[in-house]
Design a protein around this ligand. Structure first.
Ligand SMILES: Cc1cc2nc3c(=O)[nH]c(=O)nc-3n(C[C@H](O)[C@H](O)[C@H](O)COP(=O)(O)OP(=O)(O)OC[C@H]3O[C@@H](n4cnc5c(N)ncnc54)[C@H](O)[C@@H]3O)c2cc1C
Length: 435
């Protein structure tokens, strides 16, 4: 980092985060910022793009702004030390991968592109002054790119309490939660059941819960005699790759997976570990609740959407927010009704990162934005050897003003070759984002 030692800055930021007591509540712009948050840090001299969120959308956008115009200063704001990949994290549950194998540092973005990484919590936005408000101070921008991921809607689950996340881990943001669920599976007694609840679509990674069902069932079949996986699904049927998942469940997990569709979680009893649903109560030795989701809480704090909405409205052509000028929103937080019918996937967030990067580079250089296109392939491992996939290509449609599908579909079957492709896909996209 120029003008400031990165290590010292990170240390200072961490201390600030610990004492900041961020009091901004979702949807409200009446934030009680403390003194530190009021100070401008890293004063801007030339053109600057600030990126909030070092996940799939944010890292890609940060890198591709630099690739598009190395003279633009890029500051990436992220609360976590490392990037932990959600794609491939279901394999940690079955023991086929370790968390270390899917964890990466941000060092190459600093070293290879000169991106400045600020490890801190973003607490709000002063859009009039063009400043991102963080626990470490205010950061000025010319363009702000926001990719904050998703937030879980625990307020919809009756009886939810602070410690409930440890009892019913979501494991839907990879990291400690993934390890917790893995430990629950390992500690399960033979014959005890596992619960997995699927939220009503739309949610992050439509096939994710069903790939997880395969991985947990694979683990139970080989390690926990007599144990079953009960998949409690708020959807009427499997929400993605249904035909292929049903075939894999029938062929491999007939005695292990019990599927309960059209059944939503209503509440929990944390003490007795009971999950209450629209179809009665369930109890398991391990229980994975994947709750309903909405845009990452920063989007609410920034005033990008009202508390009553779930996803951020953008203009499909550039991904600029409909509410705030010079603020671009990517990834899972975006409203498919305004982008177009694209899934909430890492690959789409990566594609969106490139669209937004090209748009801001062109705007900062007085050029027209390029017509956007997106791509998605999502692999799911159905056991330790075979995968299935869904893919799609999308581009901007002048009539509907949305990014629409131009082709794609499901893999014809499951295969070992697709499992190799899945591994290659992960390696190449992690490299595209982070190195
Ligand atoms: C189990 C599972 C399997 C999946 N498998 C696939 C797959 O095979 N293929 C695929 O394409 N997709 C897959 N996905 C989906 C993919 O992970 C998401 O679509 C992707 O992460 C979305 O990217 P994003 O940038 O919107 O959010 P994220 O990647 O979640 O990034 C958001 C970042 O913002 C940071 N952040 C948020 N708020 C703040 C704040 N206030 N201050 C500082 N930092 C903040 C977060 O810490 C995080 O690093 C999977 C998801 C799961 C859960």
């Amino acid at each position: 980092m120029s003008g400031i030692s990165r290590r010292n800055f990170v240390k200072a930021s961490a201390a600030v985060i610990a004492s900041a007591g961020i009091s901004g509540c979702a949807g409200s712009l009446n934030l009680n910022f403390n003194k530190q948050q009021e100070q401008v840090i890293l004063p801007k001299s030339g053109k600057r793009v600030v990126v909030l969120g070092g996940g799939w959308g944010g890292t890609t956008a940060a890198k591709y702004v630099k690739l598009g115009d190395p003279s633009i200063e890029v500051v990436l704001v992220e609360r976590l030390d490392n990037f932990v990949s959600c794609p491939m994290s279901n394999l940690v549950l079955s023991g086929m991968k370790s968390l270390q194998e899917i964890t990466f540092t941000y060092d190459a973005l600093v070293k290879n592109y000169g991106i400045k990484i600020i490890k801190t919590e973003a607490a709000g936005l002063d859009a009039a002054a063009k400043q991102l408000i963080t626990a470490a101070g205010r950061i000025e921008y010319d363009k702000l790119i926001v990719s904050p991921g998703v937030e879980f809607m625990y307020d919809k689950i009756e009886g939810w309490s602070k410690d409930a996340e440890d009892v019913f881990p979501h494991a839907y943001k990879a990291g400690r939660q993934t390890t917790l669920l893995r430990e629950q599976l390992v500690n399960l007694n033979n014959g005890e059941n596992v619960l997995l609840t699927v939220p009503l679509a739309p949610y992050r990674c439509p096939p994710g819960p069903y790939e997880r069902a395969c991985q947990i069932a694979f683990y139970l079949k080989n390690n926990k005699k007599g144990s079953k996986l009960i998949v409690i699904d708020a959807n009427e049927d499997i929400a993605s790759k249904g035909k292929l998942f049903h075939a894999a469940w029938d062929d491999y997990y007939k005695d292990v997976i019990e599927y309960v569709p059209d059944t939503a979680v209503k509440g929990v009893d944390v003490k007795s570990r009971v999950v209450k649903t629209t179809n009665g109560d369930f109890k398991g030795g391990a229980a994975n609740i994947i709750p309903d989701m909405k845009a990452g809480s920063f989007a609410y704090k920034a005033g990008l959407l009202p508390e009553t909405d779930r996803w951020v409205r953008v203009q499909a052509f550039t991904l600029e927010s409909q509410a705030l000028k010079d603020v671009f929103v990517l990834g899972d937080s975006t409203h498919a009704g305004t982008v177009g019918p694209v899934p909430k996937s890492g690959f789409v967030a990566n594609s969106m990162g490139k669209v937004a990067a090209a748009a801001v580079v062109n705007q900062l250089n007085g050029k027209e934005p390029l017509k956007p296109n997106l791509v998605n392939t999502c692999y799911s491992m159905v056991n330790d050897r075979e995968a299935i996939f869904i893919s799609g290509v999308y581009d901007y449609d002048e009539t509907t003003k949305l990014i629409i599908s131009r082709g794609g579909g499901l893999s014809p079957e499951r295969s070992e070759l697709y499992a190799k492709h899945a591994e290659d896909w992960a390696l190449s996209i992690w490299s595209d984002m982070l190195t």
